[in-house]
Every structure is written in structure tokens, then in C-alpha cells.
Design a protein around this ligand. Structure first.
Ligand code: ATP
Ligand code: AMO
Length: 434
């Protein structure tokens, strides 16, 4: 819009055109106020009834809340106005009227339940708190992208319609692809690996993953955003270094660039970036430590996955982010490499936040014969993966990487209760639209 001034930039003495939503109307008798809201803030528009044209007063005071209006007027200093300035209008145009009945109240005076908010995200994100979450999300993704570029990775995009799954067969969404069975991609895993053998060597991708998770939990989505990294010529320890760097970069960016949003979310005082290196516990140490807390009904034994209860108990015990390394080979996928000196032990790692798992990663099996044998051990048909395994016959370097859930990262950075708050339009068992 030509000549539009954002409310935050309106300076006393200026003649401006401001445009936005009617946040509030206050009629005090002789004087009425329209509070206009745009993406930068709010500004008061004053209607002194005796001094103004009746039509102008009528236009400015009969409009319904949340209608879109354009106001032309002069900015004046006014200490009693919420921002210290107000607009004395010459004209008010109602650009798009809003129904007087709103499904949720963007002024935030009336609380709405999460399902109502998700059904009306447009209105929900007119609230500063909801908007702040997505501004922070964008900042985190920017920071992570920049970090990966700093460590020399190239951003890639891999297909989301694929022929095979990678992360367990039950969680696949099948689709029909010109009469053939296909799936929505669960992870860019195999494609990012194929690219470390290309001339790119070191890659990252931020993109959607699809998982037919049966359970409805506060930390699972059926469509999530995965932050994937993969690099040639590094091992799992170096992958953990990069992983830690990416998570730290996200926290630091929020700390430095999102103070206003943290304030709106009531987190200004408590927010802090994690300090010190993330401890690296072996799986063996982790289960011993969980058992020692005495918080579990049943003691963990070697080979058990860490249950949600176990993760929580360990999280309380450690008190911050930590890695769990050297998992039993049998509970890690076929593409994870075992330790050379102990085949029962894998190079797989997870990065945990005290509340939940954030990352899985590891060094990959890059040797053709061992890779194919791994498929067979896990009951998978290597022929179905020929498009992938074939490239391991033409010079596949040793490599490692990880996948970090963007929503879980945002959720743990901000302490959000439900992962659905971290996605604009979440997909879960009950929710396919909007
Ligand atoms: P004034 O002469 O100060 O402009 P008024 O006498 O024309 O005010 P009132 O109807 O008496 O208007 O004002 C109602 C209330 O609105 C008072 O409490 C007054 O302090 C407050 N008020 C008036 N003008 C403004 C303004 N520009 N911003 C915020 N509050 C205001
Ligand atoms: P994994 O299956 O552990 O590993 O996924 C990696 C990370 O992605 C996030 N995530 C999810 N977030 C929300 N809802 C879901 N349903 C969901 N599923 C996964 C989590 C999880 O830690 N290919 C490997 C990664 C690798 O080894 O590079 C993989 O996909 O934060």
C-alpha cells in the first residue's frame, strides 16, 4: 500500500495513512477512541465529537471490532494515549468489515481453548502472544540455517513422495502414485546420505516429515518439520558437536533478537541459553542412572528403550540438555553404524531435553556389504532399497548426521505445553483442516 505508515513509526507532527484492524473502541461520551492495530503495534485514533464532522465520527465509532480500516490523519503528542501519540483523523475508510460475532477474541481479554485457536489461526495470530511464538520460530530457523552455512553445509530439498520408508513400517502414510504404492516421506534420511557421496559432501535440509503416529500426545505431530544435517568424513562425535552448535545457535538467536517476544510471552526473566557443554552419557550409564533415581516401577535392563518415564526421570536428574550415546545396535535403524570393536554397540545418539527427545543421529554404515546385511537383519528387503544401496558401490565416504525436530526445539525453548502451539496448522489424528 502506497504511503502507508506503520503505527510504530508514526511521529508527532506527521500526516499519515495508517492501516490495520480495529483492536478496541472506547466511547466516553464527548470523546471516543479507536485503537488501531497493525503488525508493529497499536495507535489511538481520537474522535472529539464536537470538533469533528458527524460522518467522520460515525465512520470511526460504528465500525465493528477486528474490521480492517485505513485512517488518514495527523499524529499528535498525547501523554494520556497508550503510546504517547494519537492520530487526529481526517478520514476513516472501512476496508473490510468484520462480523460482530467473533469465534475468538483477538484482544485476549477472553481466553480461548487450543482447539478454538487452531480452528481460527488467523484471528489467533492477531494476539501478540501467539504471533510471538511464530516470530521466534522464524528466528530459530534463520539462526539454524545460518549456523549450518557457517559450518560449510549446503541447503538441499529432497522428495516428500517416496517409494520406501526408513523409520519403521507402521508409521508410514501410504498414497497412490499413478497406480503404484508410494508413501509420504518419514525422514530425508536416505536422500541426505546419498548427497554426502555427491560433490556436495555436507548438506542440510529443513522440511516436512510425515508419520502416521497412532498416539495422540502433546509432543507428536503427524506432520512435523525436521532439521536434518549430514556430512561426509565426520564421525558421530563430530556430528554431536554440530548438533550441539545448532541448538545453541537457536537459543542464542532468541536471547539476542527476540527480547520483545519473550517479554510478551512472560519469559523475559526466566529465559536462558544453556550453559556449558551438553554432557554425553553412554546408554549403559543412562540406564544405570535412571535405575539409581528409584523413580521407575520397573528397573531398566540392557536392551530396553528409554520409556517416557525413564526420559523424564533422567531429565530431572541431569537438569539440562544431554546426549545418550552408544545405544544397543538392535534398537537403532539399519543405517546406523556399529562400533568397529563391538558389534552389539551402535554409534547412534539422541540429544535429550529434560522434557523429551529432540534429536536422533549417528555415524552411518557406509560399507556396501555391511549395509545390505543390516537390511536383512532388520527384516527389510534390500532390493526395495536398491536406489539407495547401489550408490554405496560407487565410493560412499564415511559420514554422520542427525535429525532435529523443529517443533520440539521451539516447544522446549519456550516451555510450550503442547507441540500444536508450535505449528500454524497442526496435523494430528483429529485435525486435517484447516
Ligand atoms: P480533553 O479536553 O482532555 O481532550 P475531553 O473533556 O474532551 O478531554 P472527556 O470526555 O472529558 O473529554 O474525556 C473522557 C476521559 O478521556 C477523561 O478521563 C480524559 O482524561 C480521557 N482523555 C481525553 N482525551 C484523551 C486522550 N487523547 N487520550 C487518552 N485519554 C483521554
Ligand atoms: P527420529 O525418528 O528420531 O530420527 O526423528 C528425529 C527427530 O524428529 C522429531 N520428530 C517428531 N516431532 C514431532 N512429531 C513427530 N511425530 C516426530 N517424529 C520425529 C523428534 C526426533 O528426535 N532419520 C533419523 C535422524 C537421523 O538419524 O539423522 C530420524 O528421523 O525431535
Amino acid at each position: 500500500m502506497e504511503n502507508r505508515t506503520y503505527t510504530a513509526d508514526a511521529e508527532p507532527g506527521e500526516r499519515v495513512t495508517v492501516a490495520g484492524w480495529v483492536h478496541e473502541l472506547r466511547d466516553l461520551g464527548g470523546i471516543a477512541f479507536l485503537i488501531l492495530r497493525d503488525k508493529t503495534g497499536k495507535i489511538q485514533v481520537k474522535f472529539a465529537k464536537d470538533e469533528m464532522d458527524d460522518d467522520l465520527v460515525e465512520a470511526g465509532t460504528s465500525v465493528s471490532r477486528e474490521s480492517v480500516v485505513t485512517v488518514v490523519g495527523t499524529v499528535e503528542e498525547e501523554p494520556r494515549a497508550p503510546t504517547g501519540v494519537e492520530v487526529v483523523p481526517e478520514s476513516v475508510e472501512v476496508v473490510a468489515p468484520a462480523d460482530p460475532e467473533l469465534p475468538l477474541d483477538p484482544s485476549g481479554k477472553v481466553d480461548a481453548e487450543l482447539p478454538t485457536r487452531l480452528d481460527n489461526r488467523t484471528l489467533d495470530l492477531r494476539r501478540d502472544e501467539a504471533k510471538a511464538i511464530f516470530e521466534i520460530r522464524a528466528e530459530i530457523l534463520r539462526a539454524v540455517r545460518e549456523y549450518f552455512r557457517e559450518v560449510g553445509a549446503t541447503e538441499i530439498n529432497t522428495p516428500k513422495i517416496v517409494a520406501t520408508g526408513t523409520e519403521g513400517g507402521t508409521e508410514l502414510f501410504p498414497i497412490t502414485y499413478f497406480g503404484e504404492e508410494a508413501f509420504m516421506n518419514q525422514s530425508p534420511q536416505l536422500f541426505k546420505q546419498l548427497m554426502v557421496g555427491s560433490g556436495l559432501e555436507r548438506v542440510f535440509e529443513i522440511g516436512p516429515i510425515f508419520r502416521a503416529e497412532e498416539h495422540n500426545t502433546p509432543r507428536h505431530l503427524n506432520e512435523a518439520t525436521s532439521i536434518d544435517f549430514e556430512s561426509a568424513f565426520i564421525d558421530h562425535r563430530e556430528a554431536m558437536d554440530v548438533c550441539e552448535g545448532a541448538v545453541r545457535a537457536a537459543y542464542e538467536a532468541v536471547d539476542e533478537n527476540c527480547r520483545e517476544q519473550l517479554e510478551l510471552l512472560g519469559l523475559a526473566d526466566e529465559f536462558e541459553a544453556p550453559e556449558g557443554a551438553f554432557p554425553r552419557l553412554s546408554y549403559g550409564e543412562a540406564i544405570e542412572r535412571v535405575n539409581a533415581t528409584g523413580e521407575l516401577d520397573e528397573q531398566l535392563v540392557w536392551g530396553d528403550d528409554l520409556s517416557t518415564e525413564a526420559e523424564k526421570a533422567l531429565g530431572r536428574d541431569v537438569g539440562g540438555h544431554y546426549f545418550v550415546t552408544d545405544w544397543p545396535s538392535e534398537i537403532k535403524p539399519f543405517y546406523i553404524k556399529d562400533h568397529d570393536d563391538d558389534e552389539a554397540l551402535s554409534t547412534g545418539f539422541d540429544l535429550m531435553h529434560p522434557r523429551m527427545e529432540l534429536v536422533s543421529g549417528g555415524q552411518r554404515e557406509h560399507r556396501y556389504d555391511e549395509l545390505v546385511a543390516g537390511f536383512e537383519q532388520q527384516g527389510l528387503d534390500p532390493d526395495a532399497f536398491e536406489y539407495y544401496t547401489k550408490m554405496f558401490r560407487y565410493g560412499m565416504p564415511p559420514h554422520a548426521g542427525f535429525g532435529l525436530g523443529a517443533e520440539r526445539l521451539l516447544m522446549t525453548v519456550l516451555g510450550l505445553e503442547n507441540i500444536r502451539e508450535a505449528v500454524l496448522f497442526p496435523r494430528d489424528r483429529q485435525r486435517l483442516s484447516p
